[in-house]
Design a protein around this ligand. Structure first.
Ligand code: AMP
Ligand code: MG
Length: 651
């Protein structure tokens, strides 16, 4: 194979290279009893009839149906009892007209008989049976081969063995089954910072995620994962792991795949023949991906970032493993969905953008999952699928339709879809709600205005909002401007204490926003459009007025005014790390990082709910929890309910 080294290859080319690996599945024969989840390697035909003989499906009396035609409750027919047959017996009786045999469920029907009368409709007297009901020929009898006929196809190649299929095979007397051998896939992680969960975390260390996601993805794809542990970023260590991995059919490692000094995976792969085939794919996420052929075995060096590693696994490795495992069906299913907001994408690289699916007015919409590229592992667990954005495309406009590859075979939209600005208060409501009912809920963080537009589009049941209007009022003016009048209710939620986040101990002795200006402190600002930014600007306008200075000249003199953080947490972290001396944010976050906090104003966090869904039980239960004492009690510092909590306002 030709080597394409340190030269980004396209997604298409990478797929071609992977397809050129030999990947025909191998077959093995295993015991039926332990065949669960395996893929059948050939068609199976029944060699016998099932059931193998005519058998009774009831406890009762085997008869010739013709003998019972006259029977009814008032005038029973009398038949002579000539014996009894239990399940497993080999009856020597022959039933002739005027005779009967007692028979148990599952017992073979004696010759001559063609029906069974249930015992409830019979009365046994000495050597006679009184039959109080007529039966038709075949009643309560299962005839030989009526379940499965000899020669019938009972299982097709490629099917996955579940208890049902295994049951069918056992009924046909099959004890061993030929299945595809699970390809053995060696997995290891690389990185000096990695330790296994269960071990003590030292500073600078992180727990290994990729080994766990990859081992189980391989399992899901029908492979047999062999976990080799963690390799240090040392040539010898990595080389030893690779040598060990060569006992398997596929080699999968993660981390250390860039071309930096500490990244040596590609160099180790080069020690085998023919070595590295691809170093770098023109894709986002996951550019630093290595594909290699190590003495005839396919090997993949996946990026270390857990979300990238898993995405690259799904796109490039999963199809190979599934093919070798005999799983023909594609892992993902595709649906079409609409994009509600502008999405920017890198040009020159294919982007696989993780998304959540939401059911809207007509069909589905997609929301990009936030926090994905930073490697936030939590962003993985909530992801429904991804969209592929071609190399040449850099913007998807609102309203465009895209194809979504879903991670799961069925789309299970949650009962309760909450879209908007995310707040820990919602998590608490949902936690309480979960204990009380089995409503499933999904929260999507799209910001306050994203939530309002999701309500407008019919996607959200509830939107969590906190938008400060320039007038100084929260939520209502903005939502009215948005054109939702008459269509929604706003339910007052709770208060979020907003204020100045300061380093622990407040070294500069700050008492208010004016101090920040006067002491010329370095601040961290929030993104334009956020409620916190509007709050700061309102105060700065007032200060400008008080000191008789122009607003623009005031802010141009504030150190750090132009530096924007996108979340409360980022503001707190900037203060914690000493990158800023002050920033506006919520108390909850300041407390979480043990930072000082000076209250400025309580923000009103409310819930926007479409009128036509307001009376639904799931929404009413959500609101009941909001108003409950249990909720109030569980709120962390900085969040509190008040006399308006639960108040319903018509928009
Ligand atoms: P690398 O590709 O080795 O440069 O790693 C990129 C980032 O992913 C770094 O922040 C690593 O700490 C992180 N990382 C690498 N391997 C793992 C792993 N197995 N589990 C979790 N994070 C990882
Ligand atoms: Mg590393």
């Amino acid at each position: 194979m030709k080597k394409v080294f340190r030269n980004l290859v396209s997604v298409k080319k990478a797929h071609e290279i992977i397809r050129s690996f030999p990947m025909d599945p191998e077959i093995e024969e295993i015991e039926l009893i332990s065949a669960y989840g395996r893929v059948v390697a050939e068609d199976y035909e029944a060699e016998i009839d099932v059931p193998p003989f005519d058998r009774s499906t009831m406890d009762g009396y085997a008869v010739l149906a013709e003998d019972t035609f006259e029977a009814d409750e008032d005038s029973p027919v009398r038949l002579k009892l000539i014996g009894r047959i239990s399940a497993g017996d080999h009856p020597a009786f022959e039933v002739k007209r005027g005779f009967t045999v007692e028979i148990a469920t599952g017992a073979p029907l004696p010759s001559g008989a063609n029906a069974v009368v249930m015992e409830e409709y019979c009365e046994e007297r000495k050597n006679e049976v009184l039959v109080y009901r007529a039966v038709s020929p075949g009643e309560n009898v299962m005839f030989a081969g009526s379940d499965i006929m000899a020669g019938e196809l009972i299982l097709r190649e490629g099917e996955i063995l579940s208890p049902r299929e295994i049951g069918v095979l056992s009924a046909a007397g099959i004890s061993k089954v030929r299945v595809y051998r699970r390809p053995k896939v060696a997995i290891f992680s690389t990185g000096n910072e990695l330790i296994l969960p269960g071990e003590k975390l030292e500073y600078g260390g992180i727990y290994d995620v990729n080994s766990f996601t990859l081992v189980n993805s391989v399992r899901e794809d029908g492979g047999d994962p062999v976990f080799l542990g963690i390799a240090r970023d040392e040539e010898k260590d990595i080389e030893n792991k690779v040598k060990e991995a060569l006992n398997c059919e596929i080699i999968l490692c993660s981390g250390g795949t860039s071309a930096g000094a500490g990244d040596m995976v590609y160099r180790i792969f080069e020690r085998f023949e023919p070595g590295v085939l691809v170093h770098g794919i023109s894709v986002k996420p996951g550019k630093p991906t290595i594909i290699a052929d190590l003495n005839g075995k396919p090997a993949f060096g996946l990026p270390g970032n857990p979300t990238s590693a898993l995405m690259i696994y799904r796109i490039f490795v999963s199809p190979l493993i599934r093919k070798m495992a005999g799983l023909r069906k594609k892992h993902e299913i595709e649906i079409e969905a609409e994009v509600p907001m502008k999405i920017h994408s890198v040009s020159g690289r294919t982007e696989f953008l993780p998304v959540n699916i939401v059911r809207g007015g007509e069909g589905y919409s997609v929301y990009p999952v936030s926090g994905y590229y930073s490697g936030a592992i939590t962003s993985l667990s909530e992801t429904d699928g991804f969209i592929e954005i071609g190399e040449e495309k850099s913007i998807i406009e609102p309203g465009e339709k895209v194809k979504v590859s879903l991670f799961s075979e069925e789309i299970k939209p949650a009962d309760l879809m909450i879209i908007g600005s995310h707040c820990i208060g919602i998590d608490i409501i949902l936690k309480i709600l979960k204990k009380k009912s089995d409503v499933s809920a999904k929260t999507i963080n799209a910001g306050s205005s994203g939530g309002i537009s999701a309500v407008k589009r019919g996607e959200a049941d509830i939107a969590g909002v906190h938008i400060l209007d320039e007038s100084g009022e929260y939520n209502i003016p903005y939502i009215r401007k948005y054109g939702l009048s008459g269509k929604c209710y706003l339910v007052k939620g709770y208060l979020r204490e907003q204020g100045i986040i300061l380093p622990k101990g407040n070294p500069e002795g700050v008492k208010g926003i004016r101090d920040i200006v006067e002491k010329n402190l370095k601040i961290i600002n929030r993104n334009r459009g956020s409620g916190t930014r509007i709050l700061l600007d309102m105060h700065l306008r007032k200060i400008a007025e008080e000191i008789g200075e122009d607003f623009n000249s005031l802010i141009s003199g504030i150190n750090g005014y132009t530096i924007e953080a996108r979340s409360h947490t980022s503001v707190a972290v900037a203060v914690l790390m000493g990158k800023a001396e002050a920033g506006l944010g919520i108390k909850t976050v300041a407390d979480r990082y043990s930072l000082d906090f000076i209250p400025v104003r309580a923000e009103e966090y409310d819930f926007l709910i479409p009128k036509d869904r307001f009376d639904l039980e799931k929404i009413q239960s959500f609101l009941r929890v909001l108003k409950s004492e249990g909720f109030s009690k569980h709120l962390p510092s900085g969040l509190r309910t008040y006399e308006r909590t639960g108040e319903v306002i018509e928009i």
